[in-house]
Design a protein around this ligand. Sequence first.
Ligand code: TXA
Ligand code: MG
Length: 358
Amino acid sequence: MTTFATLASRNEIAAAAAMLRAGGVVAFPTETVYGLGADVCNPAAVKRIFEIKGRPFDHPLIVHIADSSKLQHWAEDVPEQAWLLAERFWPGPLTLILPRSRRISKNITGGQDTVGLRVPSHPVALALLDALGPEGAVAAPSANRFGHVSPTTAAHVREELGDSVDMVLDGGPCEVGLESTIVGFEGQGSQKSHRENSRAIIFRPGGIPLAALAEVLNGNIAMAEKPNHTQRVPGALASHYAPATPLELCPREYLPLRSLELELKGVNLGIVTWSAQCTEQLNHWERNNVMHFPMPPAPESYGRLLYATLRRLDNQGFDRLLIEALPDEPEWTAVMDRLRRASCNDVKTNSKDEAVYG
Ligand code: TXA
Ligand code: MG
């Protein structure tokens, strides 16, 4: 893990806190991805976040707090399961969806009566929250334009948002590299009688594996079903977390044939593999219009590098990214979720001569 000495200095963190208090917008590191922060209690600053990102106003923001002792300040009717998860996983890559307290205005929650709360574990994020005092909280989505790949370094934020942000705190590359796991609870806000035993629902897989959550909740947890159009949760949109270059997921056994097929059509191709078998095979495959990018075979390290890799590939002018499909195993769920969403626009625009995998 990065040490504090190489991160933003205490003076910079104090300046960022002052900037937030004065209504500024500050990008800061978390262990998952960089966030674009504003003081929760400043509606004008919160509005600027939506404008900078180009994000629809009905798409809720996550509120970052310093520790779980202030949970009831920002949320109401916190169920027992939420306390258990907070105790076990905070600070860390977990966002809890809870009924909002009146201190959280609807401009933060996209008009909904629930709020997403999280205590990040990155030392710079925690120092920033600490500097804001016990009643401080920072509303922060990922610091990228709406629908695009999240930033995992300060340089990514600067490249993407430039001068539209008042300050960027540098905390080095993010350790997790994928956004937080988002967990809500069935019957939230309404059916209060069922609340204590209500089932936890994973709205977005992320930094915390399902098995670890299930262990704390005695298995009383499930993945969300396909969101309906009234829910403003991550999966409700066709394309998200996407690079600009069309991205195609391809099962391992089809990958050599598919790359040859595209190569013969003159498509400039970036191929991303992870398995030893495919990586080895593709190492002997590089041609003029095909470049190969091996990724680590473990889900945590793949996840850490994914967004930085997609950004790098986006800058190389490929016509297409061909990505080796990932194992259908629980540890890979979060990475797979992001790649599926990243590939959505490609699926939609695929013309009929494209290969279909059965
Ligand atoms: O790791 C993370 O969660 C990062 C870092 C910066 O904390 N943040 C992040 O925020 O990924 P954002 O806004 O890019 O994604 C948050 C997702 C949104 O897609 C939103 O739909 C969902 O969280 N969300 C927030 N509040 C919600 C709520 N009350 N109900 C349902 N979904 C909510
Ligand atoms: Mg985001």
